[in-house]
Design a protein around this ligand. Structure first.
Ligand code: ADP
Length: 480
């Protein structure tokens, strides 16, 4: 048993780069690669969306007409780019649409059937590929129903008997379309173990403020609820090798970063100025992300803003209005654009994440990897990943270079969800940027030195998988 190579099937609605909307995709794209390095047999299963490029990802048919209840699916297979991680794709008419989700919150009613069917097909497809995992690792409400199905429809099938489930909450706010069952709640109640994507968020969601109505249900599973910080794909997000950016650089050649700033100014039509601070933001423009804290008052700050995102129309409109009013200050791009995202990480000096709540958040980690200093709200994973300026060893702002080296911070944080606090924190960041270049450089280097790789997190997941299996051994005699 100890030497048995653990087999894990990771089921999710997204996987980067094949089908990505946000952070969920990034996690599913990176975790199995890191697990593979720990000698696990980790595989991924996702829907075969109409938007996925079959040729680009060399996707091949592997099984036809596999029964799922009265219906049937075709199964396709490829590997994650630059890896040997198998990815299975379930083809069915329900997934033919061009968009991954029907709306920005991934909870449109028309998505119910789609993901209920997917949850069932994940299990039905297993036999066809002749892969019997030790653990089915489910992610967010789109796959949550599978945990219950294993205990009902599939419980008498010997093939599924030993399979355990881990349910990862990436975002508690998206619980599945309203008016029907609460799939998020079902996943929490039915999975053998539950985790979320940062230790701070794992605690926060037990409170009314962050529990999104599920705090009581979560409390029931408190002993089985863990917090494991996400990593980022440090190969994909690497300023030394990034193919998307104009000038590669590292901690040793940070002065070259400025080439990316001027290139970005040129590309976006911002006034060219290598000395002005460039402030970036890449996100889904939704309620959670708190972008409405950025008001016209921010135009008074001595910096330029480059924002990239898509989402709710009202959010988009408010930002576009700013860009229209202050064209030399704000550039707002409403689209999903991986290249431009990398250009903003590389070209910005400061990076904003003013979230109302944040399960983990990846953009602040990516920003630190690119030497862009995060200014974030102290909540959830942001709190766990950004070492705050105020928590840092306080030094006199007139400190010499010697003093600068004692600074431990990687970014600046503000406590309350409040535009003025955010504004003042950004103002402080700009002050350091303009008047304390040595301190600034130290903040950048501190961020660049952080280990945000998946290796650490993958080891934590491995512990949870092992915990699940040791439970099996204990539980088997009890059921006799
Ligand atoms: P969430 O999962 O809530 O969307 P995260 O911070 O966990 O937020 O992850 C966001 C990921 O999606 C990051 O990799 C970010 O760069 C990327 N991203 C978000 N919006 C865009 C966009 N419009 N264009 C390109 N990349 C984006």
């Amino acid at each position: 048993m100890e030497n048995h190579k653990l087999k894990i099937l990771i089921a999710a609605a997204e996987v980067t780069p094949i089908a990505k909307v946000g952070g969920l995709g990034d996690v599913i794209g990176a975790l199995p690669k890191a697990l593979k390095k720990l000698n696990l047999d980790a595989r991924v299963i996702i829907p075969f969306y109409g938007a996925i490029d079959k040729n680009k990802y060399k996707i091949e048919l592997t099984g036809k007409n596999i029964k799922v209840g009265d219906d049937s699916i075709d199964l396709w297979q490829t590997t994650l780019p630059d890896s040997a991680v198998p990815v299975y794709l379930i083809e069915h008419g329900l997934f033919n649409g061009r968009e991954i989700y029907s709306n920005a919150l991934a909870d449109d009613a028309s998505d119910i059937n789609k993901y209920l069917f997917f949850s069932n097909a994940i299990l039905a497809g297993l036999k066809a590929i002749n892969f019997r995992p030790d653990v089915v690792h489910l992610n967010d409400w789109h796959t949550a129903a599978a945990a219950g199905l294993l205990k009902t429809d599939y419980q008498n099938d010997q093939y599924f008997k030993q399979i355990k489930t881990l349910y990862t909450i990436h975002n508690l706010a998206n619980q599945g379309p309203a008016g029907q069952n609460n799939y998020m709640a079902e996943g929490i109640l039915n999975a053998d173990l539950v985790n979320t994507v940062s230790p701070a968020y794992a605690e926060e969601i037990l409170t009314k403020e962050y529990g999104a109505g599920l705090e009581k249900i979560l409390a029931k599973r408190k002993k089985r609820l863990y917090g494991i910080l996400n990593g980022i794909d440090t190969d994909f997000f690497n300023p030394e090798t990034d193919q998307f950016i104009k000038q590669n650089y590292s901690g040793k050649t940070l002065e070259k970063k400025i080439v990316n700033k001027t290139a970005l100014q040129g590309r976006l039509g911002l006034p060219p100025d290598k000395d002005i601070a460039l402030v970036g933001l890449v996100t889904r423009f939704v309620w959670q992300k708190g972008v409405e804290l950025i008001t016209k008052k921010f135009a008074k700050l001595n910096c330029q803003f480059a924002f990239l995102g898509t989402g709710e129309k009202s959010c988009e409109q408010a930002l576009l209005k700013l860009a229209h009013k202050y064209p030399a200050k704000f550039k707002v791009l409403i689209k999903f654009d991986e290249r431009l995202a990398h250009e903003i990480y590389a070209g910005s000096d400061i990076f904003l994440v003013p979230s109302r709540f944040e399960p983990c958040g990846l953009t602040q980690m990516i920003a630190m990897r690119y030497g862009s200093i995060p200014v974030v709200r102290a909540t959830g994973g942001l709190k766990d990943t950004v070492i705050s300026w105020s928590d840092s060893l306080l030094i006199n702002l007139s400190a010499s270079g010697e003093g600068a080296r004692r600074v431990k911070a990687t970014g600046l944080t503000f406590e309350n969800f409040n535009s003025d606090e955010f504004y003042k924190t950004l103002e402080t960041a700009l002050e350091i940027y303009y008047h304390q270049p040595k301190v600034w450089r130290q903040l950048q280097l501190n961020g660049l030195k952080q280990d945000f790789s998946w290796k650490k997190s993958a080891k934590e997941y491995l512990k949870l998988y092992k915990k699940l299996l040791s439970k099996t051994r204990r539980r088997t005699p009890k059921t006799n």
